[in-house]
Design a protein around this ligand. Structure first.
Ligand code: FAD
Ligand code: DLZ
Ligand code: SF4
Length: 512
């Protein structure tokens, strides 16, 4: 063998840089299912099943393109259980001239790979991951010398660079951002779009059996399993989003409804992050839908901002700030993650909805992640590293490069404001405005303190009071702190007492 090309579980595209530079008649592909990757956190069962099935289907796709693929299954005899050990075993078997890999998505894996040349005595070529619009070097250059990093500035540059939604040198429609139109609550609707579902084929069925046998202790329910596991299925899923939901994506982007797990979201992040979908193609198709008059500007701009803006931005931050980033804890939060994050058993309706659908689907949409599970952990002062581990484990789309900045930075403010200019937090008000959860909740969203009051209300003020020394200087919190001051001692005391009582229930493991 000339080159051995290692393709990781989230690199499932023939357009991968390592495959592009290779030749099917001279080189060989290695793909490995390994316990280390399946268990470095106890991933949701659906996430493991999705990746193993998608990997197996991708190996077949490559074989169809003429590649020779050495595919090691998790229960193959001799499987040594880690990337490093499996690469080593393959090198013994095949004695390749070089090992070629497209850079991995996690620092942990990259660090290990960098030692392989030496430890495994093999030449290693690490190639840039060209699936992203912005390389890590380019992001570094953009960030270099800036006093403050803000997604919006990065996004504008990316719009100009790609020409997406540009009208000459100007943004389409005259504005860069139409978010002001994207904050409407949704109503229950008989014609709510649904993500495209796929029945498991023989390969998926075998994987489902294996996951149930090998990973019974992992988070989440495995079946029903309906994810796309091939490129063509994933494309079908995205096309059905384009037809059925994109037009309302913007307007209801921040809405939440009981029992409606997907609303107008595209539900493709797991496919995109694993390589089954391509970010450039998605953005072009969405732009085309606008040009054809099939979706309004607020929807397509909103969508493109998520993929071209946020997704690329958080990746840039990750590689800029790792490895120290994962340790950050700007607010010194130290509480343990409450038990109900694992079980969904809580009388707080918003949280039970978000966690239960996470258990069943390995999915929750952005506002649930940010303003329900994230907001609660932030207000309750949960240690950011525990929150990070939970998110990495429970969502089918979670890889550290995208999960960590979203959780630690955007949601928990643990980087002290690098990613977000102020903490994303709210009392029950906001959740009540954007959802229909509160109507059927044990707690009263209008009640501020005392038994039966929505816990978010007291926790909100307690959070501000508790963190005043760190947060008071933040201009965007001026108004909140002014309100807190005006409240006067008695009201302040009532809030803090209510919060203390609630946090005590959490700490003593009592039902909330
Ligand atoms: P849609 O709402 O339809 O959005 C379209 C696409 O835009 C998504 O598929 C995704 O690729 C991209 N996108 C949107 N928002 C973001 C964002 N903030 N960062 C990066 N990409 C974004 N996304 C992940 O892919 N993996 C994660 O592990 C992850 N963890 C998150 C944790 C927290 C606390 C928060 C607040 C957000 C997280 N996100 C994560 C971002 C976002 O919530 C998901 O991408 C989105 O919910 C996926 O569902 P969807 O495909 O229906 O997205
Ligand atoms: C998430 C995951 C899991 C569960 N299993 C595997 C695996 O067995 N083999 C593999 O190649 N990749 C897997 N992955 C994805 C990797 O964790 C991912 O490629 C690295 O974290 C780098 O992003
Ligand atoms: Fe959540 Fe409070 Fe509304 Fe209950 S009342 S659903 S706890 S925001």
């Amino acid at each position: 063998t000339r080159n051995l090309i290692l393709v990781l579980g989230d690199q499932l595209t023939p357009a991968l840089s390592s495959l592009r530079q290779g030749a099917p008649d001279k080189d060989r592909v290695l793909m490995v299912e390994v316990m280390e990757e399946a268990t470095y956190v106890r991933h949701h069962k659906k996430k493991i099943a999705f990746l193993f099935s998608a990997m197996r289907h991708f190996a077949d796709e490559l074989r169809g393109n003429g590649w020779t693929v050495d595919y090691v299954k998790i229960d193959d005899e001799g499987n040594r259980g880690s990337f490093r050990e499996e690469v080593s075993r393959a090198c013994e078997r095949l004695t390749p001239e070089r090992l070629v890999v497209t850079e991995p998505g996690e620092w942990r894996v990259l660090e290990d790979m960098r030692a392989w040349e030496n430890d495994l005595a093999i030449r290693l070529d690490l190639l840039t991951d060209t699936r992203f619009f912005c390389s890590t070097d380019r992001f570094r250059a953009w960030a270099d010398g800036r006093k403050q990093l803000r997604m919006e500035m990065f996004y504008r540059e990316m719009r100009k660079k790609t020409g997406l939604l540009m009208d000459g040198g100007k943004p389409e429609g005259g504005k860069w951002n139409y978010d002001a139109e994207n904050r409407k609550p949704a109503a229950q609707d008989l014609f709510m779009p649904e993500p495209k579902r796929f029945a498991p084929d023989a390969i998926t069925k075998e994987v489902l059996k294996l996951v149930e046998e090998r990973f019974p202790e992992h988070f989440g329910t495995l079946e029903p399993f309906w994810f796309a596991v091939t490129r063509s299925q994933a494309e079908e899923a995205f096309d059905s989003f384009l037809n059925d939901a994109l037009a309302d994506f913007g307007t209801y982007q921040d809405a939440m409804l009981a029992g409606e797990r997907f609303l107008y979201h595209s539900v493709i992040s797991a496919y995109l992050n694993a390589g089954l979908l391509d970010a450039r193609t998605l953005c072009r198709k969405v732009e085309q839908a606008y040009q054809d008059g099939r979706a309004p500007l607020n929807a397509v701009e909103g969508y493109i901002r998520q993929v071209l803006g946020w997704r690329e931005y958080v990746r840039g931050i990750y590689w800029l700030k790792m490895p120290d980033y994962v340790e950050e804890n700007a607010l010194g939060a130290s509480r343990d993650l409450p038990e109900f994050y694992w079980t969904g058993k809580t009388r707080m309706r918003c949280l039970s909805e978000a966690v239960n659908q996470t258990i069943e689907e390995a999915y929750a949409h952005h506002i649930q992640r940010l303003m329900v599970t994230g907001n609660f952990a932030l207000l309750a002062g949960v240690e950011p590293q525990q929150v990070h581990e939970w998110y990495l484990m429970v969502y089918a789309d979670a890889y550290e490069w995208v999960e960590l900045p979203n959780v630690l930075g955007m949601s928990q403010f643990a980087d002290g404001g690098l990613l977000a200019s102020k903490p994303y937090m709210s009392g029950g008000n906001y959740i009540n405005k954007m959802s229909d959860y509160c109507g059927n909740c044990h707690f009263d969203v209008k009640a501020k303190t005392g038994d039966g009051a929505c816990p978010f209300n007291a926790l909100y003020w307690d959070f501000l009071a508790r963190n005043a020394s760190t947060l008071k200087g933040n201009l965007r919190l001026n108004q909140a702190y002014a309100t807190w001051q005006r409240m006067g001692g008695d009201k302040q005391d009532a809030y803090r007492k209510s919060a203390a009582e609630f946090l005590n229930l959490l700490d003593t493991g009592q039902d909330v």
